[in-house]
Design a protein around this ligand. Structure first.
Ligand SMILES: *[C@@H]1O[C@H](CO)[C@@H](O)[C@H](O)[C@H]1NC(C)=O
Length: 132
């Protein structure tokens, strides 16, 4: 095989890996992490903490069936924040958009790829002891 052919092969492999669609599972895992981190950020940051203080902590676990109602409640609360400045904050808007998207993907797109192993609402409000 010539050097050129080898280079081509290598390149097409790289392209394949890059373009190969993420599985539903890896997608929801990473979105879940993003939402969990941003939820903490919204409560910690002085710009938003006063209007998110009433939200309970959120630790997304996509294996927990309670995540679906929990996320609906979280989105509803985020969209009715008492303070106008918070409502208009980009980070807040991004958070509700991502949460909506995750809920939608889990409800309609994952077709059998996701299996809930627990249904424990309280667990979603506490940092997991062993992260998976
Ligand atoms: C929105 O809130 C984030 C933190 O939650 C903060 O870093 C950012 O400055 C805020 N943006 C505006 C426009 O207030």
């Amino acid at each position: 095989m010539s050097l050129c052919q080898q280079a081509l092969l290598l390149l097409s492999c790289a392209v394949l890996t890059l373009c190969y669609p993420q599985t539903c599972y890896t997608k929801v895992l990473s979105m879940g992490r993003e939402i969990t981190e941003r939820a903490a950020e919204l409560k910690r940051n002085p710009d938003t903490e006063r209007c998110t203080a009433h939200l309970s902590d959120l630790y997304i676990d996509v294996h927990n069936a309670c995540i679906m109602p929990r996320m609906r409640r979280y989105i509803a609360l985020l969209e009715r924040l008492p303070d106008w400045h918070c409502m208009r904050n980009r980070t807040v808007q991004k958070q509700s958009a991502t949460a909506r998207q995750l809920h939608h993907i889990m409800a309609y797109r994952c077709h059998g790829e996701l299996h809930f192993s627990t249904d424990d609402c309280a667990a979603l409000e506490h940092k997991p002891r062993a992260s998976t």
